[in-house]
Design a protein around this ligand. Structure first.
Ligand code: TXD
Length: 317
């Protein structure tokens, strides 16, 4: 069987890291697409040259020609502009919506059967634009944010409890970042929910509140440290977990931005919820029962996403 083909649209920090991980995990061949084809080709060649050392054979190439993504099985999209000092969220929305519309056209023309994972910010709106403009079925177009947010949450919880990250699970919902909704009663250490761990004296509510706040600001904390650019190792690892779930039909239950179709009482827009990812794409949305407090937080998060979609519609891109 031929190796799988994975197209990475955007060969920046996340794009390059994605390509490296794909090689190391032997997930398939890679086409790196960027408006700067030299950067894409340079990274492709550099990573391929690590293959003999690390023992992988993935073929990698860089391009600015959409024809090169023809027949891709998976497309991961990071193309766009980062937020610069002085730029408003609306500026980012306008610029990146135009980029995503172009990318959607390229995918629609050259690989309409692909599974598409969108990463570009503002995430929940960009993935919606991708689905609308590409016309691909909604279960084949999803957004990465929840895996990253929950991975950050898991790390901070593991550090608080001094246990392995492997034994910590976390459950987050809602839009990416600020409005993320962590469900602590579904977040556990080896199956023991966080509220029980508070009762057991392992931690305090105050400490958990601080961890939740740090998680929601997880991206900002890194932007501040890096001074230029945003997080890329953990975002890339998160998207790879989603691609792997699809390519290997693992049916993993991961939080992702998906198109809701009546679930959680909502329709026709993307927001982060847990979903089963397998060979069918986003195969099944997990709908949990909220407490009143959780529902209020989720509604607030959805309202923030809806407001951005309304802003986008006014742009007429
Ligand atoms: O959880 C999440 N979803 C995120 C999202 C976590 C971290 C970062 N997140 C967002 O991902 C971030 O706000 C950005 O919107 C994207 C990509 O982040 P990255 O760090 O990789 O940004 P870079 O290094 O600036 O790379 C973007 C590349 C760069 O090489 C540009 O030349 C290219 O995108 N670019 C394009 N490629 C193709 N087509 C077009 N039109 C285009 N415009 C820019």
């Amino acid at each position: 069987m031929a190796r799988k083909k994975i197209a990475l649209i955007g060969a920046g920090n996340i794009g390059g890291t994605l390509a490296h991980l794909i090689g190391l995990k032997e997930l398939g061949d890679v086409v790196l697409f960027d408006v700067f084809p030299g950067v894409a080709a340079g990274k492709a060649l550099d990573i391929m040259q690590s293959g003999p050392v690390d023992g992988f054979d993935s073929a990698m190439s860089g391009t600015n020609d959409y024809a090169a993504i023809a027949g891709a099985d998976v497309v991961i999209v990071t193309a766009g502009f980062p937020r610069m000092p002085g730029m408003s969220r609306d500026d980012l929305l306008t610029k990146n919506a135009g980029v995503i519309a172009q990318v959607a056209e390229g995918i629609k023309t050259h690989c309409p059967d692909a599974f598409v994972i969108c990463i570009t910010n503002p995430l929940d709106v960009m993935v919606w634009v991708m689905q609308q403009k590409s016309g691909l079925p909604a279960h084949k177009v999803i957004g990465m944010a929840g895996v990253l947010d929950s991975s950050r949450f898991r790390l901070f919880l593991a550090q608080e409890f001094n246990v392995s990250v492997e034994d910590v699970t976390a459950f987050v919902l809602g839009g990416h970042g600020d409005t993320m909704v962590p469900l602590t009663r579904y977040s556990t250490v080896a199956g023991i929910p966080v509220p029980d761990l508070i009762k057991m004296g392992w931690t305090t509510q105050e400490k958990i509140d601080a961890i939740v706040a740090r998680t929601a600001n997880g991206g900002g904390e890194i932007v501040k440290l890096l001074e230029k650019g945003s997080a890329f190792y953990a975002p890339a690892a998160s998207a790879i977990a989603m691609a792997e779930a699809y390519l290997l039909d693992k049916k993993r239950v991961l939080p992702a931005a998906v198109m809701l179709n009546g679930e959680y009482g909502l329709k026709d827009f993307y927001v982060g919820v847990p979903v089963v990812i397998g060979a069918g794409g986003a195969e099944r949305i997990v709908e949990v029962q909220f407490t009143a407090e959780e529902k209020a937080a989720f509604d607030k998060s959805c309202d923030a996403v809806k407001k951005l979609i309304e802003d986008f519609k006014k742009l007429g891109v």
